[in-house]
Structure formats: structure tokens, C-alpha cells
Design a protein around this ligand. Structure first.
Ligand code: FMN
Length: 159
């Protein structure tokens, strides 16, 4: 069986919930991408164009630092990478994560939660930061996700 990692960032807990269920369903290790400086409510205010998240998302070079050790992705065959959708794409800390290790030859399935936006062009947005990886659209996991439902989804991927 392939060795799987569920890596996720979650600013307010929603993605964290589905990531845990997905890791159980997939028999995967679980890793939280934790920002060195946690996001406050003010940081997350998308109505304020000067808030931290607004400033980061407008800056293509933004790479917020990750706290602690990052697992060696070479130990895994498949990585499920999850995050909240911010401004129709992935938070820039996801780029920090993808640049932190050697993803060459790895298959990455994206998953996300959002107010309503889908994964859209996110795989395309992330590909340049890990050119050797195969990034596949996974699933938008809004709403209640059961372990059985997610296990069926993982099974359908054939990984
Ligand atoms: C800065 C910011 C930008 C957001 N942009 C979008 C967006 O473009 N589309 C959308 O549907 N939801 C958007 N949301 C809502 C989040 O994607 C949604 O609440 C998500 O489930 C939060 O996940 P978390 O609790 O794991 O952080 C945004 C939230 C924040 C804080």
C-alpha cells in the first residue's frame, strides 16, 4: 500500500476537522502546517485591504514562515494537501510548504474548504512552486464529511 500524508493549514478550524477525518479514512499520517505567527481575527479580515491576509494574498512572493519541523515528504508516495480557499486560491503558506521539501515525482491531491468557491485554477497556481510534482484536483470538502464517504473517495483515486 502507498504511504500517505495528509498535510493541512487551517486558520479557523474548519479545514482541520475534515483533514483529521480524511487522515483516518485514508490511513494517512496527519501534519498541521502551523504558521510561525498565528493568524488573528484581524489578520483574517478580508474586508480590510491592509489586513495581513489581504497583503499576503496580493504579494506573489509572500511565504509566511512555518513553525516547527516539516515532515520529510520523500517518505510518502501520496500527499493530500488541504487549506481554506482565500481569494479563490490557496493561502501563501501553502507555497512555503511546497517549497520546503522535495516533491519531485510525488502525487499531490488538493482538498479545501471555502464559503462556496471551488478549486478552480488552484492546481495551476501551485504547480510553478513544485514543478516536479503531479498536482491533481482533489475535492472541495465543504459541509459534513463522514469517514466512510472520504474512504470511498480515496479508494476511487486508486492510490
Ligand atoms: C482571507 C480570507 C479569504 C477568503 N476567501 C474566500 C474565497 O475566495 N472564496 C470562498 O468561498 N471563501 C473564502 N473564504 C472563506 C474560507 O475559505 C472558509 O471560511 C474556510 O472554510 C475557512 O477554513 P479554516 O477554518 O480551515 O481556516 C475566505 C476566508 C478568509 C479568511
Amino acid at each position: 500500500m502507498s504511504k500517505k500524508l495528509v498535510a493541512y493549514f487551517s486558520a479557523s478550524g474548519v479545514t482541520a476537522g475534515v483533514a483529521k477525518t480524511l487522515a483516518e479514512a485514508a490511513g494517512a499520517d496527519l501534519y498541521e502546517i502551523r504558521p510561525e505567527t498565528p493568524y488573528t481575527d484581524a489578520d483574517l479580515n478580508w474586508m480590510d485591504q491592509n489586513s495581513r491576509s489581504s497583503v499576503e494574498m496580493k504579494d506573489p512572493d509572500s511565504r509566511p514562515a512555518i513553525a516547527g519541523d516539516i515532515p520529510d515528504v520523500r517518505d510518502y508516495d501520496v500527499i493530500f494537501l488541504g487549506f481554506p480557499i482565500w481569494w479563490y486560491t490557496a493561502p501563501t503558506i501553502i507555497k512555503t510548504f511546497l517549497e520546503s521539501g522535495d516533491f519531485a515525482g510525488k502525487t499531490i491531491f488538493l482538498f479545501a474548504t471555502s464559503g462556496s468557491s471551488g478549486l478552480g485554477h488552484i492546481a495551476k497556481d501551485l504547480q510553478p512552486v513544485c514543478p516536479g510534482a503531479v498536482i491533481r484536483d482533489g475535492k472541495l470538502l465543504n459541509g459534513r464529511q463522514t469517514r466512510d464517504g472520504l474512504a470511498k473517495w480515496v479508494e476511487s483515486l486508486g492510490v
